[in-house]
Design a protein around this ligand. Structure first.
Ligand code: SAH
Length: 482
């Protein structure tokens, strides 16, 4: 039941303003704000300003608005479809408002609801698509907050997609029976391949994909997005990742991706955890590849959510190969990799003028055998080294680097749970690094950064690595004494 209080006192409509005259009266910021808003439309804009302030004057000179540089008179409103009283002066705006009403022209007076026949909504512009948010003048801050949220949800290419849809409307009506088939076509059009192609600026491919959809009339194809979830904090997800999560039928995620990030997905999406935490592989890589291919074949929209960036130690290569072999369409969405999150937590410049101009992403696990892998040489020549999955092999990494000639004094920064509220930061030198391997209380993922650039980090919030080792030793001694 709709009670009296849930009724709108201002009813939203979209008004045709193409080539119609809209008049703004005012010299200052208020007039400029309205002029900016209106310039998003194709209305022909007239600004009545006898003494425009500098910002307004320069805006007018660079936009296609007519400037009437005269003292305001009621005749200036003649022929307008809308009037904005935006002088900033109440008595003056009242006069303009009364004049407009006398001529039966709807009027808006900035910040004076009682003088308004209509309100201007906050808008999300994806012309020809537009979302308008109104609060009947009660909450401009609230409408801006809502606007920002909606803006994030809608792809920048949505307008182009709607325009493309218009060119297919007639053919869709001709070729597809009304009802389920047509609806399915449009669903696929707006969320499937045509939308994806436009998102990356491929207009011709989008057109082709739409044509194919129209002619094929078969069940929708599946699609797999390999998406970087970032280092853990939900707000380090990209907008594209968030949008794909909202559209997913199935989310297949690793153990390292926190629940809070997975929860950003569509509420009724199926969620599959495919494990892979050190020591408890719940599914083999081959099984994961098969799972993705199987879901794609069923026509599902799959988000394969991987921690950090999917292309950094994420075994995305194998998944992409399997999808290519099975001819299932896929895309890759980058994410903030752990090394970048750890560097940010430490305020650590990964490249530093005159000190480090290259960077190595490595894992300690290629140290098996007697030879130092190639990245060792880079480390010695000054690169900043980011070691993934390096905790249990910390001692070997340190020994090898020192053996190869890196100074034992080279700075080291270690971050557990980078980007998350419970992160811990440690600093020291390569000589201290073996302490890391024996630190069993570090249960979260650990990133190790090595190199001279590390010395440029902020150590105010970090604990010394070496003290930890001594701490452990001290406890052992106490126990022996007891
Ligand atoms: N694709 C991921 C890396 C996966 S390998 C990325 O781009 O970040 C897993 C390793 O990443 C962990 O062993 C750890 O070294 C690192 N890692 C992932 N998340 C981390 C975090 N929040 N803090 C520190 N290290 C992290």
């Amino acid at each position: 039941m709709m009670s009296e209080t849930t009724k709108l006192n201002a009813f939203p409509v979209f008004m045709r303003v193409e080539n119609a005259l809209v008049v703004v009266v005012g010299n200052g910021d208020e007039a400029l704000a309205k002029a900016r808003l209106l310039s998003q439309s194709s209305a022909s804009l007239k600004i009545v300003a006898d003494a425009p302030e500098a910002a307004l004057a320069s805006w007018i000179s660079s936009h296609s608005a007519t400037h009437v540089e005269e003292a305001y008179a009621p005749r200036h409103l003649e022929g307008a479809v809308l009037v904005f009283a935006a002088s900033g002066d109440e008595a003056f705006d009242r006069r303009v408002s009364e004049d407009a009403r006398a001529k039966n022209i709807p009027v808006n007076a900035v910040d004076r609801p009682e003088l308004c026949d209509f309100f201007t909504p906050a808008i999300v512009n994806r012309a020809p698509v537009c979302v308008a948010i109104g609060t009947e003048g009660a909450g401009p801050v609230l409408s801006q907050l809502i606007r920002a949220k909606i803006d994030r949800m809608l792809a920048p290419s949505l307008g182009a997609l709607a325009t493309l849809a218009n060119t297919f409307r007639e053919a869709a009506e001709r070729l597809l029976p009304k009802g389920h088939a047509r609806r399915r076509f449009w669903n696929e059009f707006f969320e499937g391949a045509p939308a994806r192609e436009l998102e990356i600026g491929h207009f011709a491919e989008a057109q082709e994909a739409a044509a194919e959809l129209l002619l094929r009339r078969s069940a929708a194809d599946g699609h797999v997005a390999l998406v970087g979830a970032g280092p853990g904090a939900e707000d380090l997800l990209t907008l594209r990742a968030q949008r794909l999560l909202m559209q997913a039928d199935v989310i297949v995620h690793d153990a390292l991706v926190p629940e809070a990030v997975v929860a950003m997905g569509r509420r009724d999406a199926e969620r599959l955890a495919v494990g892979k935490r050190k020591g408890c592989h719940s599914k083999s890589q081959a099984e994961i590849n098969d799972l993705l291919v199987g879901l794609g074949r069923q026509g599902k929209k799959v988000v394969r959510l991987k921690s950090g960036d999917p292309l950094v130690f994420g075994r995305a290569g194998e998944e992409m190969q399997a999808l290519r072999d099975a001819e299932i369409s896929y895309e890759v969405v980058p994410g903030v990799t752990a090394a970048f999150a750890a560097a940010a937590d430490f305020e650590l410049p990964l490249t530093l003028r005159g000190v480090a101009s290259s960077m190595v992403f490595t894992t300690g696990h290629d140290l098996k055998g007697g030879t130092l892998p190639d990245w060792g040489k880079l480390a010695i020549s000054g690169a900043t080294v980011a070691v993934y999955m390096g905790r249990s092999v910390a001692a070997e990494v340190a020994a090898r680097l020192i053996e190869a000639g890196l100074s034992p004094d080279t700075a080291v920064a270690v971050v557990e749970n980078a980007s998350l509220g419970d992160r811990r930061l440690f600093h020291g030198t390569i000589a201290d690094l073996p302490a890391l391997g024996s630190r069993d209380e570090l249960t979260g993922p650990v990133m190790t950064l090595i190199g001279d650039a590390v010395a440029g980090a902020n150590f105010a919030k970090s604990e010394p690595l070496a003290a930890l080792e001594r701490g452990v030793a001290a406890i052992e001694i106490q126990e022996t004494d007891a």
